[in-house]
Design a protein. Structure first.
Lengths: 335, 327
């Protein structure tokens, strides 16, 4: 497609982990991201969902070339980010921005809001006039719903939701084309969560941004994504169009994640919903053979223990990594 | 609220005020709170951060920070917990009232194996010897479905995953089969799948041992399946209290309505945009006159400059607002 901005091919990030005693250390390989591929179009949102430890944040960092991948490519506008020279990559980063999970920890407590938001401008345009910076800072502050007269305040004077708005303003100040949001709302109260999600949605429409939205909660992602990728132990389990995923997920893990979301309705909630999930996620240091999910999957058969399912394309254009995708009907029964 | 129940409530909080002295002045964390819970019941306290839900139970447990002070009464089986000395409190805490904290990593001692931390509690409160105490602890771990409890009990907290650690906390809370278990955001730090497991576990254990539960959370989704009564707090005040069905199907206070609307729902068709409550909670150092929710309320009107009364209907549903008259 012509409007594709980001293409990720077979991306893998492996870390070496030292285990054991001082005298006889044992080096193991932790495969945080293991062969992930997807495309992202201009103005589109990809949601990435999975439990903690599934590699979502590592993937986010690899997309921005903050971590060198062990394998695979990240193509931004057709260019491999990891093949660029340092200076060229730095220039490219104007287009690629990130919003972090913990809004307070991501802001320097000793800088004023103006300095925090203006910092990217000074970095990329050292000769820019002060008046211009002020104008731009006030402009983005208004855009994200902050009062421009708060420019001289410090992060601790703001609530969690407002700090997240500052983080978003900083990400937008350079007019990026892609913003990666790494769990931007999971540290916020529900009522504030909705404010931030709506804000991101509006901004995306206005600025034609591409978004990668990472979360551990299926319900949050649903409201902002066009496509959703479900990750488990470093692998993509499913990558589907939003409406297909929530109506009829293809992978048993996606279905379990959807069913696990608590419903704010006493009558429905009292009826016991079995997610079909048992146990915890295995250690990423020693992932199971075959399908990484087979130990917790209620539909697991012999083949799942032996053979790693490839991520394959279904007829409707959705992607799934499950041997039994065709025979299973995981339709979510609407209540 | 004002319950004319026939039984004596297990815990009755009367006119509770909690304040903190800070260099900027007094912070009013909780104002004139009244709530009660009967034996074996489950009550949820819901509200945004800073609404005073945690400080309410901290006051009850005698765990307020040094600059904090509580007024009013917290009658546990008729005895006022707020008037007790530390040693008197210690006869109740752990044995009759247990608490589970939000972050399992910071509330377990990282230097101690799980067995030592658990056995300590049992020996102190139930006077069991070491072997008996260990057997009891292993049994509790099995009850919260930790696989291979005999081996896992010898491990340190860091060797457990987040969900496992929270299960250890639940097991520790239930060790002495308390009459009241206070759980402060027990599932907030956990993944949804684990969240669901812990919720099921708590309600199963509650039925088994008839333990009353106070669940503190900001997420109305978690409450629906677990509790019978809900208390909604805003800026240190109770704004609505009723049964789960009343709160979810017939919320009276605009804040409760807003909270419910902002939960992203999976059981309803996707709409354009989520509902949110505009603005931010008020500063507890400078609370507005009249209704505290006024600035964020879509239904605010002239009368809201006065303090709204607590309205109560015949079904024990109470709310603090001029609107939604039960008549």
């Amino acid at each position: 497609m012509s409007d594709r901005v980001l293409r990720v091919q077979d991306l893998a990030v492996h870390f070496k982990v030292r285990e054991g005693g001082l005298l006889r250390p044992k080096t193991q390989v932790l495969k945080a991201v293991n062969g992930v591929s997807f495309d992202l179009n201009a103005g589109e949102t990809l949601g990435i969902v999975g439990e903690s430890g599934c590699g979502k944040s590592t993937l986010a960092r690899a997309l921005l070339a903050l971590i060198k991948p062990s394998r695979g490519r990240v193509l931004w506008m057709g260019e491999d980010l990891n093949k660029l020279e340092v200076e060229a990559l730095r220039k490219k980063r104007q287009d690629l921005q990130i919003v972090f999970q913990d809004p307070l920890a991501a802001l320097n407590p000793r800088m004023t809001v103006r300095d925090i938001i203006a910092e990217p401008l000074w970095t990329f345009f050292p000769k820019i006039a002060r008046v211009q910076v002020d104008e731009r800072v006030r402009g983005v502050m208004k855009m994200v719903g902050l009062l421009p007269n708060q420019v001289n305040r410090y992060p601790h004077e703001f609530s969690g939701g407002q700090c997240q708005r500052i983080g978003i303003a900083r990400a937008l100040v350079l007019n990026p084309k892609l913003v990666i949001c790494d769990e931007p709302v999971s540290a916020l109260d529900v009522s504030i969560q909705a404010q931030i999600i709506n804000l991101l949605k509006d901004l995306q429409k206005k600025l034609n941004l591409s978004l990668v939205f990472i979360a551990h909660d299926m319900s949050v992602v649903r409201h902002i994504s066009d496509r959703v990728m479900v990750m488990y132990l470093g692998r993509a389990m499913e990558n589907s169009c939003r409406d297909n995923l929530y109506k009829r997920p293809l992978h048993p893990y996606s279905s379990a994640l959807i069913k696990a979301v608590p419903v704010p309705d006493p009558k429905l909630a009292r009826a016991f919903v079995d997610t079909g999930l048992t146990g915890d996620m295995p250690s990423p240091l020693s992932p199971p053979d075959g399908c990484v999910f087979h130990g917790r999957c209620p539909y697991s058969v012999k083949r799942c223990q032996l053979e790693v399912p490839a991520l394959r394309r279904m007829e409707n254009g959705d992607w799934v990594a499950c041997h039994r995708a065709e025979e299973l009907d995981l339709t979510i029964i609407a209540s | 609220m004002n319950t004319e129940a026939t039984t004596v409530p297990l815990l009755e909080i009367k006119d509770l005020d909690v304040g903190f002295d800070t260099p900027e002045g007094e912070v009013h964390a909780v104002n004139c709170l009244n709530v009660s819970i009967n034996a074996g019941d489950a009550l949820a306290i819901v509200g945004e951060s800073g609404s005073g839900k945690t400080q309410t139970v901290m006051a009850v447990m005698g765990l307020l920070a040094e600059n904090g002070h509580a007024k009013g009464q917290a009658l546990f089986k008729g005895e006022d917990l707020l008037q007790m000395s530390t040693s008197e409190l210690n006869r109740h805490r752990g044995r009759e009232i247990a608490m589970i904290f939000q972050d399992p990593m910071t509330s377990l001692n990282p230097y101690m194996r799980i067995d030592k931390q658990m056995i300590e509690v049992v020996r102190h409160h139930q006077g069991l010897n070491k072997t008996e105490a260990r057997a009891h602890a292993v049994e509790m771990l099995r009850a919260v479905r930790i696989p291979d409890p005999e081996r896992r009990i010898r491990q340190y907290p860091h060797e457990f995953s987040g969900g496992m650690r929270q299960r250890v906390m639940v097991a520790m809370g239930l060790l002495c089969e308390p009459d009241l278990l206070i759980a402060d955001e027990p599932t907030t730090a956990l993944d949804v799948t684990v969240q669901a497991q812990i919720s099921h576990l708590m309600s199963a254990l509650r039925q088994k041992s008839n333990t009353a539960i106070i669940l503190i959370t900001h997420d109305l989704g978690v409450v629906a399946g677990l509790c019978e009564r809900v208390l909604v707090m805003y800026a240190g005040e109770a704004v609505e209290c009723g049964s789960v069905d009343q709160i979810y199907y017939d919320p009276k206070h605009p804040y409760t309505q807003g909270l419910l609307a902002s939960v992203p729902r999976m059981d309803q068709p996707e709409e354009e945009g989520l509902n949110s409550i505009p603005g931010n909670p008020p500063n507890l150092l400078a609370l507005p006159e009249g209704c505290r929710f006024r600035d964020r309320c879509p239904k605010a009107h002239e009368a809201c400059k006065e303090k709204p009364p607590m309205q109560l209907d015949e079904q024990r549903h109470a709310w603090r607002c001029f609107l939604g008259d039960s008549a």
